[in-house]
Write a protein that binds this ligand. Structure first.
Ligand SMILES: *Cc1c(COP(=O)(O)O)cnc(C)c1O
Length: 367
């Protein structure tokens, strides 16, 4: 059996440092916004190269609170990709705005920037690029487009912790370009905790201050409330886990890239489209996703060999039942084609080369 992810292998490798740190936090009993949350926010901001990082309860909340802090609200349109997890669009709906889905690039599966430009109307207030599967969007170009039109940019970095984009000032982390960057620490993400957790990054002290208020019941001074806020804090025990893992993230991502390179070698010459790296930045392979007209046959062979596989995502957001009314008649042919052919294979830092070979041999046997 080869799983999609192996969380236990990572836990075992951290056990010796993590367990004493966890016990110390249990003894300290500062469970809400305690010292580990504060320290993690500092360490994450330093790693990501941003002025501020604010811990929140999930990636979904990160997007929701970032949109509020960016001033997006009722009547606004927010352009985003239909080829993402539902949370990206849910957050837009939470603030009373309307998601406008535009087509994707067939090779990177990320937003097609020409399609973004064409979809801008006087009501457009913001764009949410998603660095899907760990491949960064070309943020240099997107920021140019959005700054010129006074549009807010909220990056969905749930799958891209540690991915970088090349700029004329060197490589810059995803989450350091827009008004805000939104990260998820769901256990299976590149940087995952042991439950739910999230983070918003920003270079604006105003946005950071508002996020700290929003996550804590709209309060800057205890029991004084200046706005309606939420209960959305990063948990102290999750911060302990994240502090143990953060120093390893480059190592984890390099190993994901090693697995991706092994897949590319093993699949060479087969009639499947392997992930494309656009060279604008570093792909951190949250997922390793193929395109194939023979998807059903490949899935059957993998299942017979007890190898996990998954379709991310089978139904694009503009075709989801929840958006049936608002997206009636919308057709996004590239997205629909990709959704019909995509197949994600197991990938995690600890996946051995021999296992990858086993997987590519099974796929090879289909052809
Ligand atoms: C996981 C994910 C989210 C949501 O994060 P949660 O922490 O699960 O709330 C948002 N967007 C994308 C692209 C994701 O993959």
């Amino acid at each position: 059996m080869i799983p999609m992810v192996d969380l236990k292998a990572q836990y075992r490798s951290l056990q010796d440092t993590l367990e004493p740190a966890m016990l110390t936090a249990l003894e300290a009993t500062q469970f809400i916004l305690g010292p580990n949350v504060q320290a993690f926010e500092k360490e994450a901001a330093a790693y990501l190269g941003v002025e501020h990082a604010v811990g929140v309860a999930s990636g979904t909340d990160a997007l929701h609170l970032a949109l509020i802090a960016a001033g997006v609200g009722a009547g606004d349109e927010v352009i985003t990709t239909p080829f993402t997890f539902i949370a990206t669009a849910e957050a837009i709906d939470y603030v009373g705005a309307t998601p406008v889905f535009v087509d994707i690039d067939p090779r990177t599966f990320n937003l097609d920037l020409n399609a973004v430009e064409s979809a801008i109307t006087p009501k457009t207030r913001a764009v949410i690029p998603v660095h899907l599967f760990g491949q960064p969007v070309n943020m240099v170009e997107l920021m140019e487009l959005c700054v010129a039109r006074d549009l807010h940019v909220v990056e969905d970095c749930a799958q891209s912790f540690g991915a970088t984009v090349e700029t004329k000032n060197g490589s810059v982390q995803t989450g350091a370009f827009g008004d805000a960057g939104c990260f998820s620490f769901f256990p299976s993400k590149n940087l995952g905790c042991f439950g739910d957790g999230g983070l918003v990054t920003t270079n604006s002290s105003e946005i950071a201050e508002q996020l700290k208020s929003l996550r804590n019941h709209g309060s800057k001074v205890r029991y004084y409330h200046s706005e309606i806020g939420y209960n959305s804090r990063l948990d102290e025990l999750q911060a302990v886990v994240l502090r143990a893992k953060l120093p390893q993230i480059d190592n984890y991502n390099q190993n994901r890239r090693r697995v991706a390179a092994a897949y590319a070698a093993g699949l060479e010459g087969l009639p499947v489209e392997i992930p494309f790296e656009d060279g604008f930045g570093t792909h951190v392979y949250h997922q390793y996703t193929l395109l194939s007209e023979q998807r059903e046959n490949i899935m059957e062979a993998l299942a017979a060999a007890d190898i996990a596989h998954a379709i991310y995502y089978p139904v694009p957001l503009h075709q989801q039942e929840v958006f049936a009314d608002s997206c009636h008649g919308v057709s996004l042919p590239v997205t629909e084609q990709v959704a019909a052919q995509c197949l994600s294979l197991p990938i995690y830092p600890e996946l051995e080369g021999e296992r990858v070979e086993q997987i590519t041999d099974v796929i090879r046997s289909v052809f």
